[in-house]
Design a protein around this ligand. Structure first.
Ligand SMILES: NC(=O)c1ccc[n+]([C@@H]2O[C@H](COP(=O)([O-])OP(=O)(O)OC[C@H]3O[C@@H](n4cnc5c(N)ncnc54)[C@H](O)[C@@H]3O)[C@@H](O)[C@H]2O)c1
Length: 379
């Protein structure tokens, strides 16, 4: 196996999921490349040191620029808050590194365009971590749609619901709470949660033409952890939008962090001429499938337990019937990416795919302001 020296930047939540993938991928997938955990980089040195010890990184760095100057590093894995994605990924491209970057691509389309230009000019392999594409049930849904089993698609419906920002006492800014700070996050649930729904939708159902959205910020002011002052909240706490896809289907999307009782309820449903599918993150290994061509008296929704060896990715894990989880989507994503580097046929989502999602987010946020249908730019 050829070694790929990895520097991972940002040892938070995603730093863990990506490190886990780098460590496991060669245990379960036969690949030409083997990631080697060389450098963990984080501004918080104590956290980075503890992380290096736990995950087996060879060295610790606190300045990401030094990572770019290090000739030993082949792959830069960016697990930083959204405001850092552009600067760090463009520097990585300039240094000729292979790039994995967490979603969303950027804070908005303008940043995203600069990134895509720089990355494509550098010609480096690149991936945006929209990992839900690699949940076996969702990959199976893609296969069923591409085989034409659903026929013409009429409806797409998706939501992502949480409830963790309801308290008005929750501050914004700083560690973990950067998601509530618009300067760092770019937007609220639109870029954070709906971006996942949108990427999956564009992958399964093709491009989107126009959107009509409403957003709300329920708590208008919060204390900022870094300044200590009470500041205006600039993010969208909730967003719902209508969309028209290029294939003629109609769609509804909804996301909020104010749906009491829901922690990460990501669902999608697609209704076509011959059938429908439904998927729910809380039951991630199941795909609900209705086939109208079934014999009438036996017709009904099937609950497919996506754990058999002929289901996507599953022959690489345990024996039929045994489940895998959330973290495996990151292993699959890395495996596909490394296979793409070997074959020279890149697997998405690449930065340009990330820009397509960014353009939808931009149009959604614009429509919420103008109260009008807004066209979605093509990436
Ligand atoms: N794919 C997914 O499902 C998914 C899930 C969660 C988060 N994300 C994305 O992953 C990214 C990171 O989110 P997270 O939840 O891991 O955040 P986090 O807050 O848990 O971790 C971010 C880390 O970056 C470090 N950091 C901040 N600024 C830095 C700098 N200048 N140099 C070095 N380190 C710095 C912080 O100290 C922290 O350890 C975000 O873009 C987020 O949108 C994706």
């Amino acid at each position: 196996m050829k070694k790929l020296n990895v520097a991972l930047i940002g040892c938070g939540f995603m730093g863990r999921t990506h490190s886990n993938a780098h460590r496991k991928v060669n245990n379960f997938f036969d690949l030409e490349y083997q990631p080697v955990l060389k450098i963990i980089c984080d501004v918080n040195e104590d956290k980075a040191k503890a992380f290096a010890a736990k995950w087996g990184y060879e060295s610790v760095e606190t300045d990401w620029r030094k990572v770019m100057a290090n000739k030993d590093i082949d792959l830069v894995d960016i697990c930083l808050p959204n405001n850092m994605h552009m600067e760090v990924s463009m520097a990585a491209a300039q240094a000729g590194k292979i790039i994995i970057c967490e979603k969303p691509l950027a804070r908005d389309g303008k940043e995203g365009e600069k990134m895509v230009k720089a990355i494509e000019k550098a010609g480096v392999p690149n991936l945006i971590s929209y990992n839900y594409r690699r949940i076996p049930a969702i990959t199976l849904a893609k296969k069923l749609i591409d085989e034409g089993r659903l026929g013409k698609i009429f409806h797409y419906r998706s939501k992502f619901l949480q409830d963790w920002t309801i308290s008005k006492d929750l501050p914004q800014g700083g560690d973990a709470l950067w998601r509530l700070d618009v300067k760092v996050a770019g937007s609220g649930v639109t870029g954070d949660l709906l971006a996942h729904c949108i990427d999956t939708a564009l992958w399964l159902n093709g491009s989107m033409e126009q959107v009509n959205a409403m957003t709300e910020t329920f708590i208008k002011e919060r204390k900022h952890n870094l300044t200590g002052k009470v500041e205006k909240v600039g993010i969208d706490d909730a967003c719902a939008f209508l969309a028209r896809f290029s294939n003629g289907s109609l769609a509804t999307f909804e996301s909020t962090r104010y749906a009491r009782g829901h922690k990460a309820l990501f669902t999608l449903e697609i209704n076509g001429e011959h059938g429908s599918i439904f998927w729910d993150l809380h039951d991630a290994h199941r795909l609900q499938y209705f086939d109208h061509k079934d014999e009438g008296s036996l017709r009904g929704w099937r609950s497919i337990h996506v754990t058999d060896s002929d289901h996507p990715y599953m022959k690489n894990w345990w024996v039929p019937g045994l489940m895998i989880g959330y973290e495996h989507s990151f292993v699959h994503q890395l495996s596909d990416f490394l296979q793409g580097i070997s074959s020279g046929k890149p697997t998405g989502p690449c930065f340009r795919d990330g820009l397509a999602t960014q353009y939808v987010c931009d149009a959604v946020l614009k429509s919420a302001k103008t109260n009008k249908w807004e066209k979605v730019k093509k990436a």
